[in-house]
Every structure is written in C-alpha cells, then in structure tokens.
Ligand binder design. Structure first.
Ligand SMILES: Nc1nc2c(c(=O)[nH]1)N[C@H]1C(S)=C(S)[C@@H](COP(=O)(O)O)O[C@H]1N2
Ligand SMILES: [Mo]
Length: 406
C-alpha cells in the first residue's frame, strides 16, 4: 500500500511537470475550449464506402531498396507510427520476388498431392467451407534488419520494417492434410506460389505446428500484396516460407532442395559452410519511441515504447537500458501476451537532457535471451544476410535528436 502511494505520488509529480513544461497547452492557448469550433457549426462529410485514415495521419510504407528488376520489390512498415500490436492491412510490409499477380479467385485452384491417399483439387469456395481458425501472429522476413550498412539516419522503418502483425483467418493445414490422408514416409511438404517466379519452399511436417492456409487478414479477405486469394501462413518461421498466392502443396519424404533453400535463404558461416533450413525466427525486440528520425522536444517524462516477439512462443520479458547497457530495467508488457505475436512493452523514463543510449533486450518463455551484436557475430560472423536478431539501439543527442547507435 505504502509503495502504491509512493508510485501514485511519483506519477502525479511527473504529470505536474508535464503541465508545467507546457506540453499540451500550445493549441488550447489560441481559443477558449468553450468556444464552438468551426467543425461543430456545420454538417459533417458523407460516410465513405471504404474508410481512410485522417488526412493528417496518413502513414506510408516505402521501398527499402530500389527494385533491382521489375517486380522484385519490398516495402517496409512504419513501426514508429503504429500503436498497440496490430498492423493495418494497408501498412503490412511486402516482399515480392516477381511482382503481384492478378489472380481470378474463381479460376484459382489449390492442389494437394504427392505422398497422400486422396489427392485434392480445391476451389476457394471449397477451402472456405472447411472449419476455420483466426489467430494473431507476426510475419517477419528473415532479411529484416541488415547485418551491414547501418546508417545513422535510419528510422525503425528502415531497420526493422520487414515485420508486421495481423489476425490471420483460414483453414489449418493439418485439417487439409487429414482430408488428403498422409501416406507412410510422408515427412516434408513443398509449397508453391502462382506468381511468375513460382516461389517454392520445403518445410518438414514437424515444423508446421499452427500452420494456416489463410484467406483473410484483420477481418477482410487478403490484399493482393499479401497473397490473395490464398497464402500459406507459418507462425514463428521465416517469412519466405509463408508462400503467397498458394497453388500447390506436395507431400514428400525429404526436402525438395529448391532454389530458395539452396542459393538463397541460407546463412554463410565464418568457416565457409552454410546454415540451411533456418526456419525459426528467434526472440527480438526494438524500441519504436523514441526512435530514429524523431526528436525529444524537452527534458522530463517520456514513455519508452517498443515491440518484442519470438518464433518460439511467448515473450517472457523485455529489459531496457538508457545508458548503453550499463544498467537495465524491466519494462511493462502490455497484455494479452500471445504466442508468436507482437508484444508491446512500455517503460516510464525521465530524460534529463543529456546524451543517452537506448537499448532493448527480449527473452522468451524457453529462456532464450536476445543476443548482443558482438555475441551474435562471434557465432555467425558477418557474412550472413538473414536472421539478425541482435540487440539494437538508439542514441539521443544533447538536443534530443534520435539516431541509430552503432
Ligand atoms: N509466392 C510468393 N510467396 C512469397 C514471396 C514471393 O515473392 N512469392 N515472398 C516471400 C517472402 S521473402 C516474405 S518475407 C513473405 C512476405 O509476405 P508479405 O508480402 O505478405 O509481407 O512472403 C513470402 N512468400
Ligand atoms: Mo522475405
């Protein structure tokens, strides 16, 4: 009780100092709050067919790199502008290896074949008739957060924008595989997309826990960018495996060794060997406020906000340092803390006005702790392209400017 009173008084002191510093007073000072503003004096606009954000609040995803050839593109999610854990559909990151196909849903088919008792050919209507599930999960490209080439002017959109979190609805893959019936020896699946590169990956059956054939995202049918009319969604695994525009699942007894798991999506180790089939996305976190490109306007109270996730289950905790790792404090996790989903963390902080170094370090329910960059490089070297989940930081300058901390 005594402690709660303490905290309460502490918070009031903080709130008092906010008002004293004039944080919320600018706009109100011009007109009395009791004057009737112009927008109250006339009838409002007619309801739009499909809603849009307020004109002043439009966020955008943008290409992280100039496309190397037509169709090969990716766009990044503006994590610094999002609240809570969900990514609106229009801001979900994109990664297309051969552009966005224009698929006629009535002519689209899913074939299930290979080591099965009853090969299937399903229409979208057939697929939607199966018992469905809806689950909140992150999707992260394993190329998120480049290993090399960090720039001081990076925003969190540049450094971490190849991740988004949505509610995915569809049929569990296990439901369809039960319908088809697995033959003895079945151990891997091959999933293939209907885009011009026929993106194709193999995944072992024992890594498919929670796999969904998704046709809806955040309540509406998939966007063309996200794989309309059907995608594979593999929670907790590298984004590349979640094949969009899904047209075929073949069951086999071994990996199929496609281009995307031999030449690409392998990690070159310091000894010259390659790690292959690196499926799970390990625990990771990033501070989204304050973050790169922002500026703290004045000393005093600031809530440090960020996102944490792990492909191995639930986030167990996030520690935050404001002094470059000399000391750490436990952040508050915003519930519900869901498996293989974004978890929002928050930490109250008083910025005294001098330079500061912000870091976040997540741990998950398996006991795994997000590694420092030095620890990760000691094991993996610097020739990897994928799976950089190292602790990441922002520098606050004496003027409050936030930049990437090398
Ligand atoms: N058919 C197909 N599936 C695909 C891809 C693709 O180019 N074609 N890109 C993959 C990659 S590399 C990632 S990270 C995710 C991105 O999904 P998103 O665009 O919905 O964010 O889809 C994967 N599935
Ligand atoms: Mo990706």
């Amino acid at each position: 009780m005594g402690k709660r009173m303490e905290n309460r008084r502490g918070f009031l002191r903080m709130a008092g100092s906010l008002a004293g510093a004039g944080v919320a007073t600018g706009a109100l000072a011009e007109a009395s709050p009791l004057d009737v503003p112009p927008w109250t004096r006339e009838q409002g606009a007619t309801a739009p067919g499909y809603g849009r954000p307020a004109p002043n609040e439009t966020l955008a995803r943008y290409p992280r790199l100039p496309p190397r050839f037509p169709g090969a593109s990716s766009t990044v999610t503006p994590l610094q502008g999002l609240h809570g854990i969900l990514t609106p559909n229009g801001l979900h990151f994109e990664r297309h290896h051969a552009g966005i196909p224009a698929i006629d849903p009535d002519r689209h088919r899913l074939a299930v074949h290979g080591l099965v008792e009853r090969p299937l050919t399903l229409t979208m209507d057939d697929i939607v008739r199966f018992p469905a599930v809806s689950r909140l999960h992150v999707l992260e490209c394993s190329g998120n957060t480049p290993w090399l080439g960090a720039k001081p002017d990076w925003t969190v959109q540049d450094s971490h924008g190849l991740i988004s979190c949505a509610e995915w609805t569809g049929v569990e893959l296990s439901t369809l595989l039960a319908e088809a019936g697995l033959k003895p020896g079945a151990a891997w699946i091959l999933a293939e997309g209907a885009d011009a590169c026929a993106m194709t990956r193999s995944v072992p059956l024992d890594a498919l826990d929670g796999a969904i054939l998704a046709y809806a995202q955040n309540g509406e049918r998939l966007r063309p960018e996200q794989g309309y009319p059907l995608r594979l969604f593999l929670p907790g695994l590298e984004g590349n495996l979640s094949i969009k525009w899904l047209r075929r699942i073949k069951v086999g007894d071994r990996p199929f060794q496609t281009r995307e798991e031999t030449s690409k999506y392998t990690d070159l180790m310091p000894d010259g060997s390659a790690r292959q089939f690196t499926f799970v996305m390990e625990a990771k976190s990033v501070i989204t406020a304050p973050s790169g490109g922002q500026r703290l306007r004045e000393p005093g109270f600031h809530e440090i906000r960020g996102l944490a996730w792990t492909g191995r289950g639930r986030i167990a905790g996030v520690e935050v340092s404001t002094d470059g790792g000399a000391s750490w404090r436990e952040a508050r996790l915003e519930g519900p803390v869901l498996p293989r989903c974004f978890t929002r963390f928050r930490l109250p902080w008083r910025w005294e006005g001098g330079p500061a170094q912000l870091l976040s370090r997540a741990r998950d329910e398996t006991g795994y702790v997000q590694p420092s960059r030095e620890a990760l490089v000691a094991v993996r070297g610097t020739r990897s392209f994928y799976h950089n989940n190292a602790v990441f930081g922002w520098s606050i300058g004496p003027d409050g400017a936030v930049t990437y901390a090398a």
